[in-house]
Write a protein that binds this ligand. Structure first.
Ligand code: HMH
Length: 207
């Protein structure tokens, strides 16, 4: 039997819930998040996305050619996203040349370690990382200013469609994967879920 992304979500619904429904996201619409907490998230997420871009480039390098179209679109969106992060940081007068906090550092290390794993594991992790933000930013419902554009970035219908296509590519690669690879993909899914939860907590705990 072959594992699918949907089965991973079902088998680990609690871990996924904790990754995507967090007090940080629940308190944003209530305007109960301090600027210091939001700004910490913003700067650390920029640092994350720099390393995530490198990860997507490595996934592309390992992908079959018929997966290029979606992955190249993802990389092109990341080009805009990195520039957008710089704009948002400038508006808030935030310094992006900051040290990574331990949780951000751990997540970036984990993405680097995926380079040594087979493509089906990489494709599953990529889908999970994007789906976490797609759901995380959609679930709180309509978001007030100044957070609206943040929720729309990862919650918009085009991004949702992109994540579905990543799921299809991950599922397809898992169909041809050995049982051991499928176990690794499941472990990757759980690692992403844990790191996502920790990343929100890092922002909440900002000094
Ligand atoms: C922590 N996870 C984190 N940051 C992001 N920007 C994404 C996922 C993107 O999907």
């Amino acid at each position: 039997m072959t594992i699918t992304c949907q089965q991973l979500l079902q088998n680990h619904s609690q871990a996924w819930h904790e990754a995507t429904v967090h007090p940080f996201l629940e308190q944003l619409p209530l305007l109960a998040i301090e600027p210091r907490q939001f700004n910490t998230w913003l700067v650390q997420d920029y640092l994350f996305v720099v390393e995530f871009t490198r990860m997507v480039a490595r996934v592309l390098a390992n992908a079959p050619a018929h997966h290029f179209d979606i992955l190249l679109a993802g990389l092109s969106a990341l080009k805009d996203e990195l520039n957008w992060f710089k704009e948002k940081a400038a508006e808030r007068q935030l310094n992006l040349k900051t040290e990574k906090q331990p949780t951000c550092w751990e997540y970036c290390q984990y993405m680097e370690s995926l380079a040594a794993m087979p493509y089906p594991v990489q494709a599953t992790a990529l889908w999970a990382i994007e789906f976490a933000y797609n759901q995380g930013w959609q679930l709180p419902g309509s978001m007030p200013e100044p957070y609206k554009e943040f929720a729309e970035r990862w919650g918009n219908p085009g991004f949702t469609e992109y994540v579905k296509l990543l799921e299809q590519q991950a599922d397809e690669s898992l169909q041809n994967a050995s049982e051991n690879m499928q176990k690794q993909a499941e472990a990757a899914f759980l690692n992403v879920a844990r790191l996502e939860k920790d990343f929100w907590q890092m922002a909440i705990d900002a000094e």
